[in-house]
Design a protein around this ligand. Structure first.
Ligand SMILES: NC(=O)c1ccc[n+]([C@@H]2O[C@H](COP(=O)([O-])OP(=O)(O)OC[C@H]3O[C@@H](n4cnc5c(N)ncnc54)[C@H](O)[C@@H]3O)[C@@H](O)[C@H]2O)c1
Length: 336
């Protein structure tokens, strides 16, 4: 009993965290992880996103846009920490809405940082992407590998990182950065490869593999990514970049499609289609990408789960997979 009271008091002391993009695929998992660890959590997202993927009832709800400084200052007021995950992503989507991508990912990030300084936030964590590495000759990719962005989206993520560094230099805003590698799990839309295969198979269709299917990735379950993100918040040193993902078993896209079919137990074959049908041209495809996680392991104690098969089953159990994000106009995040 006594222990519980002490534990409860300890949990209550952890502070208030604002999660931008708190109703997104990864943001939602970060909200749940923070709540489980005893933080007071505020989910900030576009109004319509709260209908699409609502946070648990324990979370405080702030509806607004990172393009609106007043919305942001209202939401950040009284928060100790900010986890900035709101963004426009997806290779195809960000190429189609290039100005929105620049605006939301760069101006939006600037607005978040500005509000953090005004509200005297103790630390911000920024969700960046392994896309900033582009193609690399040396694998696995470590945080000291050179950056080599190949898309507008990747450039906006790198610009966000640089803004964090600059705000730290200029205003002393404490930060750490996480660079996510391939993430999968329930609530992810089928513009990403794993939910696309699951959606195809759930609908009794052949999973479509682009090009040779030899492209290699390592997939990390969303809950593990959320754990790594919160560990980066709790890490004492500042200004660090951490790769967060899985290095358990890099897998080719053809092998992945085969595994998804096997888990479903359906009698389906892989369908190989031309790269031009994908959201990347073959020139922009990134052949091999998987992370070196030694830094996150050593400094954060981060350890991704290993069982890809078990967790893929959860995507089947989750059932429906949305083809894409809800339309921009319906959500009001468009600037074009
Ligand atoms: N999913 C991945 O594999 C992956 C990989 C690398 C990096 N990331 C990064 O992780 C973060 C989260 O990605 P996700 O997969 O959860 O994407 P997501 O699209 O599911 O979530 C992004 C959230 O941001 C919100 N948002 C967009 N514009 C906004 C605005 N103007 N104001 C407020 N909220 C806004 C969206 O409504 C959405 O809920 C992003 O910063 C992304 O760049 C994701």
């Amino acid at each position: 009993m006594f222990k519980n009271i002490v534990f409860g008091a300890f949990l209550a002391d952890k502070g208030r965290v604002l999660v931008t993009g708190g109703c997104g695929f990864i943001g939602g998992a970060v909200v749940r992880e923070l709540l489980a660890k005893g933080y007071t959590v505020r989910a900030f997202d576009l109004p319509a996103q709260f209908e699409y993927n609502p946070p648990p009832k324990e979370a405080e709800v702030y509806r607004g846009s990172i393009l609106d400084s007043t919305d942001l200052c209202n939401a950040i007021e009284g928060c100790d920490y900010v986890m900035h995950l709101a963004a426009l992503l997806g290779v195809r989507r960000s190429e189609k809405r290039r100005l929105d991508c620049l605006n939301i990912n760069i101006t939006g990030t600037f607005n978040v940082l500005d509000a953090c300084v005004k509200e005297k936030v103790k630390k911000i964590i920024f969700a960046s992407s392994s896309e900033v590495y582009g193609d690399q000759t040396k694998l696995p990719i470590s945080e000291s590998s050179p950056v080599n962005p190949k898309s507008i989206y990747a450039i906006t993520k790198l610009a966000g990182e640089e803004y964090l560094r600059a705000f730290h230099e200029r205003y002393g805003l404490p930060y750490n950065i996480v660079r996510y590698f391939n993430v999968y799990g329930p609530h992810q839309v089928a513009e990403f490869v794993m939910p696309r295969f699951v959606k195809n198979v759930l609908e009794g269709k052949q999973p479509e593999v682009y090009g040779s299917g030899k492209q290699v990735r390592s997939f990390c379950y969303v809950d593990d990514v959320a754990k790594g993100t919160v560990l980066a918040l709790e890490y004492g040193k500042l200004g660090e970049i951490f790769n967060i993902g899985s290095d358990a078993k890099p897998i080719s896209m053809a092998e992945l499609a085969k595994k998804v079919i096997d888990i479903s137990g359906k009698n389906l074959e892989i369908k190989f289609v031309d790269m031009v049908d994908s959201d990347r041209s073959s020139a922009r495809e990134i052949d091999k990408r998987y992370p070196d996680l030694s830094k996150a392991r050593k400094l954060l104690g981060y350890e991704p789960g290993t069982s890809l098969d078990e967790r893929k089953k959860k995507m089947f159990e989750f059932g429906s997979v949305n083809g894409s994000w809800p339309k921009a106009d319906e959500r009001g995040d468009t600037a074009e």
